[in-house]
Design a protein around this ligand. Structure first.
Ligand SMILES: Nc1ncnc2c1ncn2[C@@H]1O[C@H](COP(=O)(O)OP(=O)(O)OP(=O)(O)O)[C@@H](O)[C@H]1O
Length: 300
């Protein structure tokens, strides 16, 4: 049955899981501006400042084209021409206590940083997974690059463990991407993103293409993993009801700017910006008419 939103128990599920996201920053973006250098230039991200706290789920909401993905790529140094970060700093606060200037990373240092400290899960795993090698080879590749000291046996054990953690039978190590269902492919992508125990995971519409039941299962798994391993998540989607469920805080983007940033509960109950109010109003589920996505009785 579709239940109306219950403010006492909803935003966000993260809180319901007992994970107390700290106030210690793990990633700080300051005054980041990113332009696509085309004619005319597209100022996709405008002077964005953002702090991600250790262990928190930060939802990034906003309509298509507002700059969510560009910002996410920017904080992980994944921008490719014509995208250019014109100004701003991105600092990763490593758990070792060292601050890393992400924008300044180049070459080997950048390769070593990515996946190890911040990993990413994109929409449509078929595009991210290599179709011509097995799941095992893809996982092994991550270890070969980042953990050259690992033995084959250790890689095998770790790969099986990772698949188990995301709810995929380890026998799937022998599979190719096309032999897996869409949901399984996304789970394998999450396993790859988890492989090196990153402190931050950026998820860009990771479950959008999947049906609701599969999506729900994957998110449940993600919440559990986050509770176990304590990584922080930047979760990007245009699905605001979903973000209200899973996020500790939500940043609302409009035309390249963050126009509102608050706890999920406050975004829901007391939206300040006119655009946030409109965004909330555009989801009938949030007014109780159509029922909710995940909050249908059973806890995620
Ligand atoms: N390669 C490119 N060249 C020129 N403009 C681009 C390019 N990629 C994206 N843009 C523009 O930058 C802006 C931000 O795009 P971006 O993909 O970051 O938005 P988004 O919020 O993630 O959207 P979506 O939810 O549809 O993925 C949009 O106006 C988009 O058209």
């Amino acid at each position: 049955m579709n239940a109306p939103l219950d403010l006492a128990t909803t935003p966000g599920i993260a809180g319901n899981f007992g994970v107390v996201a700290g106030q210690e920053p793990v990633l700080t973006a300051r005054n980041v501006s990113i332009t696509y250098e085309v004619e005319p230039p597209v100022h996709a991200v405008r002077n964005v400042s953002l702090t991600l706290h250790r262990g928190e789920i930060l939802g990034l909401a906003g309509e298509s084209g507002c700059g969510k993905s560009t910002l996410a790529y920017g904080v992980n140094q994944l921008l490719k021409p014509p995208a250019l970060m014109r100004s701003g700093d991105v600092i990763f606060h490593d758990q070792s206590g060292k601050d890393i200037d992400v924008v300044g990373l180049k070459g080997d240092a950048l390769r070593a940083f990515r996946w190890d400290k911040i990993s990413m899960v994109f929409q449509g795993a078929m595009n991210s997974l290599n179709p011509v090698i097995t799941v095992r080879s893809q996982l092994f590749d991550v270890f070969t690059t980042h953990r050259p000291g690992m033995s084959k046996k250790e890689k095998e054990e770790r790969s099986s463990e990772l698949l188990r953690q995301v709810g995929v039978d380890p026998s799937r190590l022998d599979s190719f991407a096309h032999q897996l269902s869409g949901g399984m492919r996304q789970r394998v992508m999450i396993a790859m993103a988890l492989a090196l125990n990153p402190q931050v995971m950026i998820m860009d519409e990771p479950t959008t293409a999947l049906d609701v039941v599969v999506q729900r299962g994957i998110l449940r798994e993600l919440m559990r993993l986050r509770e176990t391993f304590g990584f922080a998540v930047i979760f990007i989607t245009h699905d605001l009801p979903l973000l209200l469920e899973i996020s500790d805080r939500i940043a609302v983007m409009l035309r390249g700017e963050i126009v509102e940033l608050n706890t999920a509960a406050n975004i829901y109950a007391n939206p300040q910006h006119e655009y946030t109010q409109r965004l909330l109003g555009s989801f009938p589920s949030l007014t109780g008419d159509r029922g909710a996505f995940i909050r249908t009785g059973e806890a995620i």
